[in-house]
Design a protein around this ligand. Structure first.
Ligand code: P53
Length: 509
């Protein structure tokens, strides 16, 4: 079990590294013939917008046609940080070098679809966009990092969102397939690991962000899975399942050496009490999470959704061949983002209702929470990994895990971020325990190894990085990079292949 020469429970060649997304790092939203994407309209609202639990999903997710039209006409009225990112587009060499300096083996990133097809469905791909990613992948390899690439991470091309309602339409499914085919052919041999959609299950809470669905009205509750147009959201999910399966099939055809996985935001649920009703609620809620990975890993709709669809008058429109496509397009590995756990109390109804809020409405008295109210639960990580492996028996990659915090950076961009080190240490410990339990995990990517723009709140001041970037929420700053204390900790951890987790011998160089 433990490697006798390294003392590590992590397999040789374990992929340690970090994860990012195009819309949160690249910037240069109007350069290189890139087209607009939904993420270019995610506004920064206020620093307070997402501090702790507020009982309802966030205002920035309730993107409406009205807001969109206003931001299109008067962009100067809005603070749109995802247009700026951290300027990875121009600075990727120095930024990747810092990650490589920690000994990264893997760099998770995404391709901006609208850099390759500016309108999402153009007749020809944009060579400037393709060349940019060639350069980035080459640089990753030069630095000894394997790129792991998400096809679509919360940034559907705007044109498809406006004209077709994004993945409401099969037109977008076809466009996605063509985009996937284009990048698989172009980067064959350069990219070994692909993911289809980031957090595909988040369509229930963020249909605009995840799937390019423009909401009709900010108050109609569509962004709240308790309310709104469920039939639409499940139809969109179906269309994305088909798009994902088609991409898997294409990937295998084009590059038999490549592996392709899915990605869900994993919601591990605990019952509030030993009351059987609370336990039953956990079962119901679990269905909404397992549903997504079940379809993508097993290739068919699970039995438990039928009753829910029937009782809620949801009729999924399938095209001939869809079921075969889902069956043929199952993923090679499963990936998750893991940030926190949730507590369930019976709702007094037989029909499952997804919780949907960003954080658990009921606080877990045994856990501390981040400054944004996200409960910190390393043991939950081990539990969830066991559940996933037991269900699929497929290799697992951790696509995201991390801690967003307000860092007090000094003039060198340094901070004694012991809170981040503690979070990392405790999660990697439990990852090791899961591996000892027999779970097959082949890599771990920390979310935001370099400070970037938050997905949920569009803040830069919600910092995740080991590497700091001198930038604020309004785009001011020099972009100078700094190394936090956690930089040196992660470097040491990687060098020992996860065997050395001690925090008292961190060498700050
Ligand atoms: P931010 C909600 C809950 C858990 C993970 O999130 C989530 C979300 C959506 O905001 O998203 C993932 O930046 C996502 C990343 C994102 C990261 O978690 O809101 O895949 O793009 O940045 C962290 O703190």
């Amino acid at each position: 079990m433990v490697n006798s020469s390294t003392g590590s429970v992590f397999p040789d060649g374990f992929l340690w590294g970090g994860a990012t997304a195009a819309n949160q790092i690249e910037g240069a939203y109007d350069e290189g013939r890139r087209g607009l994407a939904t993420s270019d309209f995610a506004p920064f609202i206020s620093r307070e917008a997402n501090r702790g639990y507020e009982g309802d999903p966030l205002p920035h997710n309730a993107m409406t046609r009205e807001m969109l039209d206003d931001a299109l006409e008067h962009p100067e009225k809005w603070n749109l940080p995802k247009r700026r990112g951290i300027d990875f587009y121009h600075r990727y060499r120095e930024q990747l070098a810092e990650l490589a300096a920690m000994g990264f083996k893997v760099f998770r990133m995404s391709i901006s679809w609208s850099r390759i097809f500016p309108n999402g469905d153009d007749a020809e791909p944009n060579e400037e966009g393709l060349a940019f990613y060639d350069a980035v992948f080459d640089e990753c390899h030069r630095l000894g990092m394997e790129p792991l690439v998400t096809l679509c991470h919360f940034d559907t091309p705007l044109n498809l969102a406006l004209k077709y309602g994004g993945f409401k339409s099969r037109h977008t499914v076809d466009a996605f397939e063509r985009y996937a085919e284009t990048v698989f052919s172009r980067y064959k041999g350069k990219v070994k690991y692909w993911l289809t959609f980031n957090e595909i299950n988040n369509v229930l809470t963020n249909p605009f962000t995840c799937s390019g669905v423009v909401l009709p009205d900010p108050n109609d509750g569509t962004h709240n899975p308790y309310k709104g147009d469920w039939a639409m959201k499940y139809q969109v999910s179906h269309n994305q399942f088909v798009a994902s399966a088609k991409a898997v099939i294409k990937c295998h055809e084009i590059d038999p050496e490549a592996k392709i996985g899915n990605m869900v935001c994993r919601l591990e649920n605990y019952a509030e009490s030993p009351k059987p009703e609370d336990q039953l609620q956990v079962l119901f809620e679990d269905h909404f999470n397992w549903f997504y990975s079940d379809v993508q890993a097993k290739g068919e709709y699970p039995y438990y959704m039928k009753r829910f669809f029937d009782e809620n008058d949801i009729h999924i429109e399938m095209e001939p061949g869809d079921e075969e496509t889902l069956k043929a397009g199952t993923v090679d590995f499963v990936t998750i983002s893991y940030y926190m756990t949730y507590i369930m109390r019976y709702k007094g109804e037989p029909v499952p209702k997804p919780s949907g809020s960003l954080v658990s409405a009921i606080k877990n008295p045994y856990l501390e929470a981040s400054e944004w109210g996200w409960p910190i639960d390393p043991l939950g990580f081990r539990i969830t990994l066991n559940h996933i492996y037991d269900r699929y028996h497929l290799p697992i990659f951790i696509s995201e895990n991390g801690l967003g915090a307000v860092d007090q950076l000094d003039e060198n961009g340094y901070v004694e971020d012991d809170y981040r080190i503690d979070y990392l240490k405790r999660h990697v410990e439990q990852l090791g325990e899961a591996i000892k339990d027999g779970v097959d995990v082949f890599g771990y990517a920390w979310w935001g190894p370099i400070d970037l723009v938050s997905s949920g709140t569009s803040e830069v001041s919600k910092r995740y990085g080991f590497v700091s970037v001198d930038l604020d929420d309004f785009g001011s700053g020099t972009h100078k990079l700094g190394r936090k204390k956690s930089f040196y900790y992660y470097k040491k951890l990687i060098a020992s292949n996860g065997a050395d987790l001690s925090t008292d011998n961190i060498v700050i160089e």
